[in-house]
Design a protein. Structure first.
Length: 299
């Protein structure tokens, strides 16, 4: 098992951040493998967005949400299938209705077991949180978009199509101007490219740029990224611009038949120089690999 050099991936439900009326975020506090978690209220029901990694974290989120709901019905959704976002859903059991888009449900069924094993090998703190975790099965799946009426507030669940994963979806609260992006957007770090050939090559840098173009055009008041500080529409534009930058620098070198290893080395050095304060530099090389494969004339 690998040595894990980050803080333990534990959700902290104290000092939540209010981002709108009856709408709070349990922040990830820049802890690796802890997502930002949303709790969205209406007069009749409450929707939880993301579970945290594994049963213990999800149990804390469920307890917080149940207390917050004060008898209102509970729903759960997740932005995509990755373990820190969805692999606590089973804990919610009969306490909440778990609903996701059909493509995400397909990701859970097809790749969930492999990701559970892969994450379990990242280090003892991660394996400890995943102890007893099961790949969740949604209660409700849907094609297209889904409008969830919480009572006096309708929340929109919208699949984006293939980008960070096949099954990405964004959750928007129109009356509050709030958007939850999952890992389509991160704050203060390089974009996460889960490019693991031959096992998982569903991420698409080209499609991701198209998605971010569309989302940034909506100009939400508040953007809750998958990881990092809550921001505004400028975060969506920043992620879009970085992805374009990564594509352009990769493809320009690929046009000259440069070996992928050399491209990765040069592009990593260049983008670290341009964004020296960003974390998770290791994802640049994965992004280069993805975009090399998507080059219009792959070599």
């Amino acid at each position: 098992m690998s040595e894990y050099s980050f803080p333990d991936p534990v959700v902290d439900v104290t000092d939540v951040q209010e981002v709108g009326r009856d709408l709070v975020v349990i922040p990830n506090r820049d802890v690796e493998l802890v997502p930002n978690i949303g709790v969205i209220g209406g007069t009749q029901a409450v929707l939880v967005v993301e579970t945290g990694l594994g049963p213990r974290n999800a149990g804390k989120v469920l307890a917080f949400a149940a207390e917050y709901a004060k008898g209102r019905r509970l729903y759960l959704t997740t932005t995509h299938f990755h373990p820190e976002h969805a692999f606590g859903a089973s804990v919610f059991g009969e306490e909440a209705t778990y609903l996701v888009n059909a493509a995400q449900a397909g990701d859970l069924a097809a790749k969930g077991a492999g990701y559970l094993a892969m994450f379990g090998g990242l280090g003892e703190p991660v394996a400890r949180e995943l102890e007893g975790a099961r790949v969740p099965a949604p209660d409700v799946t849907y094609d297209g978009s889904y409008e969830l009426d919480l009572g006096g507030r309708v929340v929109h669940l919208r699949p984006t199509g293939r980008a960070h994963t096949k099954g990405d979806q964004v959750i928007t609260v129109p009356d509050a101007g709030v958007m939850f992006t999952g890992d389509l957007a991160e704050a203060g770090q390089f974009a996460i490219f889960p490019w693991f050939p031959p096992h998982d090559t569903d991420v698409s840098g080209v499609r991701w740029i198209e998605v971010m173009e569309r989302l940034s055009g909506e100009r939400p008041r508040v953007v809750v990224p998958g990881h990092g500080d809550v921001g505004d529409a400028r975060l969506l534009a920043e992620v879009r611009d970085y992805l374009k930058e990564l594509r352009e620098e990769t493809w320009r070198r690929r046009d000259s038949a440069m070996p992928e290893e050399t491209i990765a080395r040069e592009v990593t050095a260049l983008l670290v120089e341009r964004h020296p304060e960003w974390r998770m530099r290791e994802w640049i090389e994965r992004g280069v690999g993805c975009l090399c494969a998507e080059h219009p004339s792959p070599i």
